[in-house]
Design a protein around this ligand. Structure first.
Ligand SMILES: Nc1ncnc2c1ncn2[C@@H]1O[C@H](COP(=O)(O)OP(=O)(O)O)[C@@H](O)[C@H]1O
Ligand SMILES: [Mg+2]
Length: 302
C-alpha cells in the first residue's frame, strides 16, 4: 500500500512532467508556425514593394519621357519650320502622356486616402445603368483596338441605389479595362447588370482571358501587386486598379468577388446593396453568381 502510494505519486509527477514537456513542445511548434507565417508575409510584402518601385518608375518615366521628348522637339525647331499638322500631332502625344501620368498619380493618391480611412463618398440616388452604359461605351475603342469583343447587357429594371456615380464609374472602368487588357486577341468581355432577390444590383464582368490561380488572385488584390510583374510583364499598369475597385465597392457597403480559371478567363462580380428607402425593382431577376467552367474556379470574396 505504501509502495503503491509512492508509485502513484511517481506516476502523477511523471504525468505532470510529460504534460509540461508536451505543453512546451506545442508552444515551441506554435511559435515556429507563427514565425514562418510572419516571414512569408514579410517576404510577400517586400517582393510586392520592390516590384512596385520598379514598375512605378517605369509608369512615371514613360509618360514623362514622352512629355519631355516631344516638347523638346517642338522647342528646338527653328521658328516657322514646323507645319500645323505636326505641331498638333506632338501636342496630342504630350496631352495623352500627361493624362496617363495624372491617372497614375490619382491612383496613388486614392489608395493612400483609402488606406488612411479618409476617403469620402459623394452619394446620391442613382441606378447603375447611368454609369455602366457610358463606361462600357467609352471602352469600345480600346476593345476593338485589342480585337476583343465587348458586350453589355443591362436589366432595364435595376433598383435605385445610394451611390457615388463618379466612383462607381471608376470601379467599372478599372474592371472592364483589366478584362480587356488581360484577354488575348479574339476573346470576349461580357458585362451584365441584374438585380437579385434582395434587390441588390449584381454587376458581372466576364472575360475569356489569361485567368488567375488562387495565389495570383491574392497578389492581384494586394495594392501594387501584379501577377506578371517584373521586367517581362506584358501589360502596363500600377497594380492599383483592382484594390481601388475593391475598396470603393466596400465603401458602398458592397462586395467584390473574383472567380477565375487559369487559361480560361476571369469573372468579377460586384454586388451593391439595395437602398431600401428607394424604389424596389419592378421585376427582380435572380442573378446566380456561378461559373460554368469545367475546372473548379479560384474564388476570392472580400
Ligand atoms: N481580368 C483579369 N484577368 C487576368 N488577370 C487580371 C485580371 N484583372 C487583374 N488581373 C491581374 O491583377 C493584376 C492587378 O490588377 P490591377 O490592380 O488592375 O493593376 P494593373 O491593371 O495596373 O496591373 C494585374 O496586373 C493582372 O496581373
Ligand atoms: Mg488594372
Amino acid at each position: 500500500m505504501f509502495n503503491g502510494a509512492i508509485s502513484s505519486g511517481r506516476q502523477s509527477s511523471l504525468m505532470s512532467e510529460y504534460a509540461s514537456l508536451m505543453g512546451d513542445a506545442v508552444l515551441r511548434s506554435r511559435a515556429r508556425v507563427a514565425e514562418h507565417a510572419a516571414r512569408l508575409e514579410a517576404e510577400f510584402a517586400s517582393r510586392i514593394k520592390s516590384e512596385f518601385i520598379a514598375n512605378m518608375s517605369h509608369e512615371l518615366r514613360t509618360p514623362l519621357n514622352s512629355i519631355i521628348g516631344f516638347s523638346k522637339l517642338i522647342a528646338e525647331q527653328p521658328p516657322g519650320s514646323m507645319d500645323a499638322e505636326e505641331t498638333v500631332e506632338y501636342a496630342k502625344l504630350i496631352k495623352d502622356a500627361a493624362g496617363h501620368l495624372l491617372a497614375v498619380i490619382n491612383d496613388i493618391l486614392d489608395i493612400s486616402k483609402i488606406q488612411s480611412g479618409k476617403f469620402q463618398l459623394n452619394n446620391r440616388e442613382m441606378d447603375v445603368d447611368e454609369v455602366l452604359r457610358p463606361c462600357v461605351a467609352g471602352l469600345k475603342l480600346m476593345a476593338s483596338d485589342a480585337n476583343v469583343e465587348l458586350t453589355c447587357v443591362i436589366d432595364p429594371n435595376l433598383p435605385e441605389l445610394s451611390a457615388d456615380g463618379v466612383k462607381l464609374r471608376q470601379v467599372f472602368t478599372n474592371l472592364v479595362t483589366n478584362a480587356i487588357k488581360f484577354t488575348p486577341q479574339g476573346g470576349s468581355v461580357k458585362v451584365t447588370a441584374k438585380s437579385d432577390n434582395d434587390a441588390a444590383t449584381i454587376i458581372s464582368i466576364r472575360d475569356t482571358g489569361v485567368g488567375m490561380t488562387e495565389d495570383e488572385i491574392r497578389v492581384a488584390i494586394t495594392p501594387f501587386g501584379q501577377v506578371d510583374a517584373g521586367h517581362n510583364r506584358w501589360r502596363e499598369g500600377t497594380g492599383l486598379g483592382l484594390p481601388i475597385a475593391e475598396a470603393l465597392v466596400k465603401l458602398h457597403g458592397g462586395e467584390l468577388t473574383i472567380e477565375s480559371v487559369k487559361g480560361e478567363g476571369t469573372t468579377v462580380f460586384v454586388r451593391l446593396p439595395a437602398n431600401v428607402a428607394i424604389k424596389p425593382p419592378a421585376d427582380p431577376v435572380v442573378a446566380n453568381a456561378t461559373q460554368s467552367a469545367s475546372t473548379a474556379p479560384s474564388h476570392y470574396a472580400v
